[in-house]
Design a protein around this ligand. Sequence first.
Ligand code: ZN
Length: 138
Amino acid sequence: MPARESAITARVTGTRRAGVSHVIAEVKNMFCQKCGKEISDQASFCPSCGHMVSGMAMGPGFTSNKAVSPYSRLAALLLCLFLGVIGVHRFYVGKVGTGVVMIFTLGGLGIWVLIDFIMIIVGNFTDANGRYVLDWQT
Ligand SMILES: [Zn+2]
């Protein structure tokens, strides 16, 4: 490794002498954007705060720093489409309170369900923890 390159590596990793093993460790491990804890690159979610590792399961269009819900967007969409009037998609993402309200109002006479359906499609639907339901994979 050229001296210049190792000097840059040392600066990046914040150590005086960056050994090769240390550089590999830096590449293999990532840090949670939310809580800053070190997490494995194998992990899809931060084990301490549940924050999704950005870019892992996202398509190329994923650009924001929104917290991503572990719930499936496809499942939420289908549940909203077929069982939306009884709030099943809301129960699915943990929004039990508004799910119950939805049952009694029959999905806000369909209007509320339609709004939720659009929100899921455009990626503005959130789960009970305020995380965005964006992931089409389960
Ligand atoms: Zn975290």
